[in-house]
Design a binder for this molecule. Structure first.
Ligand code: SF4
Length: 861
């Protein structure tokens, strides 16, 4: 019997440019993510990700799809596989997880997604789903699209096959009309659908099933009763339309709702199709009436944007077809000077040529370097692309508009075009007002404590993040470094998206991009090939090889590959550091700490060979955990230097505070390799955060450097302790500036303590940040409850308290519990300014105290 994947390989992959659908190695996500993008918008179903933490942890809540039918699409469910699950198998755990998910949220159906690790160890998710389905009496559907089988596009299509095989045709609608259509490939990103559906309804066309934006599971079961399939924009789900035509005789058309021209064509095509089927002219007349009215309104509103005429754009879209945005840009009179086609299908390219002619400026090379070159050489006024490229443009001072699935503004329909014009105009105006381009370059240039633990077989809305994401963060604070995740491409893609959202900066992160054949045949060669290419192209000072669950489970001999590699690049000054970061153990903080330890082990030299330093200077190593903000690093340096000490801060994440100039594939700024080498000659080591103690111990064991660990440097007592230690080390008194800040802090604490007394505050943060936060909250008199983020989730947080302190993912949890949320930790992307916030020392503590007090006040207002 042919499986869905077989069908895809036979049809799409042979027919089209095979590389485009099945083997794209461009900066794309993996098949697992592609399948989730298609299926997760069904908002009354649960999606259990069967694998270690990174697949779900890096991606849940990351997609911009909206729904009026439920909130399950905003939740993440994972079995969070551990090493024991991998050794002994975790089919029983998966079964229990399915039952628990059902009990917890009563979904209409459950989809179970395989990932690289569960796929590699051969978990029989089909059998588990079948058993659970029999027990629960609801559909439990396996989705076999582990990341290594291919890129996102392939995952989209596998999800289409899943809907065909398990869902479509299994139900009946309450009634049908002569004008029932299905919308296929419309995910209701930012509410796109809601700008189109009312017009169709007004014309008398009913959307029977939406596949899948703003849909219910039930409506997809009866999609086979529609009279017409309308495939929207993305060709990702064309396989559904083709197969439904074959099985149910439903014709299909392909349309786009982006832009005036495409809207007109789409509405007329729908009318034409019904006209030819049932000879009804009324629908066509009604559609013409709507088009005329809407275009008139649109033309009037677009007058405000006539300054966009003649502007030039570089366009590089991801999941959405470039051609639909070409048309929308042309409606606004904007010239397209380059179109990235890395993620476009063969047919997309044909369509682009149809619109722009044979000379359409198609460009296959969309590496950041080339995109920047295109913007500059072709004198473009704006880059229109996916959110991942946002900071590439912004850093170089170019306007940017996000058109991918992470966006928050709807662009479909007539009103969507106005939104699109407004965004382009706003972005251009902002950069114009910042002066000319050269100027812009400059601008850019105890008792109160209770620990909660609710571990169960399923993790719903995880708090935990993978070790590799933690290690990747550490490398962002090392000058000219590049971390590479050794695994399938989804891991680095999803991690990069999340890190970019949090830091609002370009993130240096690469992947060895493994596919099925690499998994089967061995993939050590991939490391060598990828590193050699990077050394040749980017000449980094440090490369970190971070392993993934996939490569650890399949037992890659990374150590031998490293030996081979070091020999092959012996003429380069690049240092290669190997860190074992499987996502079935540890979490963000352990991955970060391992990276710091490995960098010390591999790079720090013995004192004899370290660079000379002036003997009168007192050099101290400052090892800083993952819990400080980029602005904290600058504050920390200032504090240490105020005592006349010379700090070598490792890593130095101040590089991510927005001060970096230009774009680079490497992490620019931060600790230099020269400084790291010299750490063996320092006089003392300070470790900020308990997770940094092991790294400090390595320096002590190898070079005899004494150290002291500070669990916290926020709060009055902890900041005092820190200052006193620095004073002792330097033999200098605390600077007047800090004495003054201390007095102000005490005064601020007195003012604010009324709001904290006996307030119950729930803290769900990474361990080091939890301890630091807990210390100053305790000083303020609050009652603190903490949760271990590595073994608990947001869903299990219950009870009555006054404030939740956690990351941005906790927004829905806070709403559910009816408490305010103070966002901190990782990731924070729903409030601005997190990276510029100082949270340490006297003044940082005072800011925190006031901000949190204001949140507590919200409850009483
Ligand atoms: S590539 Fe990474 S994110 Fe994608 S399924 Fe594999 S492990 Fe998960």
């Amino acid at each position: 019997m042919l499986t869905g994947i077989d069908r895809l390989m036979q049809s799409s992959c042979e027919r089209e440019k095979k590389e485009k659908i099945c083997r794209s190695r461009g900066g794309e996500s993996c098949a697992f993510d592609g399948a989730m993008i298609v299926l997760q918008p069904i908002a009354d179903t649960a999606h259990i990700v069967h694998g270690p933490i990174s697949c779900c942890g890096n991606s849940w809540e990351g997609r911009g799809t909206l729904s009026s039918k439920g909130r399950l699409h905003r939740m993440g469910f994972t079995t969070d596989m551990t090493e024991m699950d991998i050794i002994y198998g975790s089919e029983n755990k998966l079964y229990d997880a399915i039952l628990r998910a059902y009990e917890s949220v009563r979904p209409k159906a459950i989809f179970v997604h395989a990932t690289c690790v569960s796929g590699l160890i051969g978990e029989d998710i089909e059998a588990v789903c079948k058993k659970a389905e029999t027990f629960l009496g609801i559909r439990v559907i396996p989705v076999n699209a582990p990341g290594f089988v291919g890129p996102k596009n392939l995952g989209n299509r596998i999800a289409g096959e899943v809907l065909l095989d398990y869902v479509i045709g299994t139900g009946e609608p309450p009634f049908t009309t002569d004008y029932d259509i299905n919308l296929i490939g419309e995910y209701n990103i930012a509410g796109d659908l809601w700008l189109v559906e009312p017009l169709l309804k007004e014309a008398g066309v009913r959307i029977l099933s939406k596949i899948t934006g703003d849909s219910t599971f039930e409506e997809i079961t009866y999609a086979h009763r529609a009279k017409l399939n309308v495939v929207v924009c993305s060709r990702a789900l064309i396989n559904i339309a083709r197969e439904m035509e074959r099985r149910y005789g439903i014709p299909y058309i392909e349309v786009s709702f982006f832009g005036k021209t495409e809207m007109l064509q789409a509405l007329r095509l729908i009318a034409l199709n019904f006209k030819s089927q049932i000879s009804n002219l009324k629908l066509a007349d009604k559609i013409e009436e709507i088009i005329m009215r809407e275009e008139k309104k649109l033309d009037e509103k677009l007058k405000a944007y006539k300054h966009l005429k003649g502007k030039k754009a570089v366009l590089y879209t991801g999941g959405v077809k470039s051609w639909s945005f070409i048309s929308a840009l042309m409606d606004l009179g904007i010239e397209i000077v380059a179109i990235g086609t890395k993620k476009s299908t063969f047919e997309d390219e044909e369509k682009m040529k149809e619109i722009l002619g044979e000379d359409a400026p198609l460009v296959e090379d969309v590496t950041p370097k080339n995109l920047l070159r295109l913007i500059k050489e072709r004198n473009a006024d704006i880059l229109i692309a996916g959110g991942r490229n946002q900071y590439l443009a912004i850093k170089e001072g170019f306007p940017f508009v996000d058109v991918n699935q992470e966006r928050h503004i709807p662009y479909a329909g007539y009103d969507g075009l106005i939104n699109f014009a407004e965004q382009i105009s706003n972005s251009m105006r902002f950069f114009q007002e910042s002066g000319d381009r050269s100027q812009k370059t400059e601008i850019r240039k105890k008792e109160s404590l209770k620990i909660i633990n609710h571990k169960s077989e399923i993790t719903i809305n995880p708090l935990k993040h993978s070790q590799s994401i933690g290690a990747a963060i550490a490398f962002q604070g090392i000058d000219r470094a590049l971390p590479i995740i050794h695994g399938a491409q989804g891991c680095s893609f999803l991690a990069k998206v999340l890190l970019t959202k949090h830091f609002r900066e370009p993130i240096a992160l690469a992947s060895t991009k493994l596919f099925t054949e690499d998994v089967v045949m061995g993939s050590e060669e991939n490391i060598i090939k990828v590193v050699q290419e990077i050394v040749e192209r980017n000449n980094p000072d440090v490369i970190g090889i971070l392993t993934s669950g996939l490569t650890e489970v399949k037992g890659d001999d990374v150590t031998s590959a490293m030996k081979d590699l070091r020999f092959k690049i012996k003429d380069s000054k690049c240092q290669i550091v190997h860190i074992s970061t499987p996502d079935y153990e540890g979490g963000l903080e352990t991955g970060y700490a391992k990276a710091v330890e490995a960098v010390i082990k591999f790079i720090v030299h013995s004192p004899q060979s370290a660079v000379n330093k002036k003997t009168i200077d007192c050099f101290i190593n400052v090892l800083v955990g993952s819990h400080l903000t980029p602005a904290d690093f600058t504050e920390l340096r200032e504090i240490v230097e105020s005592f006349g000490l010379k700090p070598i801060i490792l890593p130095d994440l101040s590089a991510l505070d927005g001060s970096r100039k230009g774009f680079s594939a490497l992490a620019i700024g931060g600790t230099t390799t020269e400084e790291i080498r010299a750490m063996g000659s320092s006089d003392f080591t300070i470790a900020i955060g308990a997770s940094m103690e092991s790294a400090a111990m390595i320096l002590k064991e190898r070079f005899g450097i004494e150290y002291r660990v500070f669990e916290s440097i926020s709060g009055l007592k902890d900041a005092d302790m820190f200052m006193e230690t620095l004073s002792m080390l330097s033999g200098k008194p605390i600077a007047k500036k800090y004495e003054r800040q201390r007095r102000i802090l005490i005064d601020g604490m007195r003012d604010a303590h009324f709001y904290y007394g006996n307030k119950k505050i729930y803290v769900a943060l990474e361990p080091d940040l939890t301890v630091q936060t807990m210390h100053w909250l305790d000083e303020m008199g609050a009652v603190v409850e903490i949760v271990d983020v590595n073994s608990n989730d947001l869903f299990s947080i219950q009870g009555h308290f006054d404030l939740l302190i956690s990351n941005s993912h906790a927004e829905d949890t806070a709403k559910r519990l009816g408490v305010p949320l103070y966002q901190m930790g990782f990731p924070v992307y729903k409030v601005l300014g997190n990276n510029h916030k100082v949270t340490i020392g006297y003044s940082g503590t005072l800011s925190l105290i006031n901000e949190v007090a204001n949140k507590l006040l919200e409850v009483h207002q």
